[in-house]
Write a new protein. Structure first.
Length: 195
């Protein structure tokens, strides 16, 4: 049986769990409390040298880290990866952008406020987080999904921290396209609304 290691508070871990559930995969979830050093034990570091969650261990014992790499492996051969080469490349473009230009700001602001108790987050983080959310809102004008005509890995990867952006001090009410998209993706994944 596939085993998934993650901290359920993490958007990166949630997107892996949501995908496993959507695909109906049989798996065992092992909760790893990153706040108490659970991802820094010798056993965990043997699976993930970076000491980050999520990690999956395949049925044959091979581990794989990094949420978007895990999504790509798990969704191989499903309709969550567009068949059209250009749409598939656009999906990958969103996955790369999510980890470089979205998660480092939206997720970091959330972490600092919610888990570190900060009332003020560095202005640069907030500015870049706002810019990322604005880009998403603009990309969704006249569209239901980020790529193609159905939910894809791009939507799953980006909804995880976007739906939690308010925890980081970002205003999603000012981004109606994003709010409507979040609700669509939540319905497509069968997860409850975050707000």
């Amino acid at each position: 049986m596939l085993t998934a290691y993650g901290d359920i508070r993490s958007g990166n871990c949630l997107k892996v769990k949501w995908l496993l559930d959507r695909l109906g995969r049989d798996y065992r979830w092992v909760e790893v409390d990153i706040m108490s050093g659970g991802s820094r034990t010798p056993e965990f570091l043997a699976m993930s040298g970076a000491g980050q969650v999520p990690v999956i261990v395949l049925e044959d014992g091979r581990p794989l880290a990094q949420s978007n790499a895990i999504l790509l492996l798990l969704a191989e051969g499903t309709d969550l990866i567009p068949a059209d080469p250009y749409d598939r490349a656009r999906m990958l473009e969103w996955l790369f952008w999510e980890q470089y230009s979205h998660e480092p700001y939206v997720a970091v602001a959330r972490f600092q406020r919610l888990y570190l108790g900060k009332t003020e987050v560095e202005a640069r983080i907030m500015e870049r987080g706002d810019a990322a959310l604005d880009r998403l809102d603009a990309a969704l004008v006249g569209r239901e999904w980020l790529v193609g005509e159905a939910v894809s890995l791009a939507d799953i990867a980006l909804v995880a921290y976007t739906r939690m952006a308010g925890d980081g001090g970002f205003d999603l009410a000012a981004r109606p396209g994003v709010r409507a998209w979040v609700a669509r993706v939540e319905r497509a994944l069968g997860i409850g609304a975050y707000w």
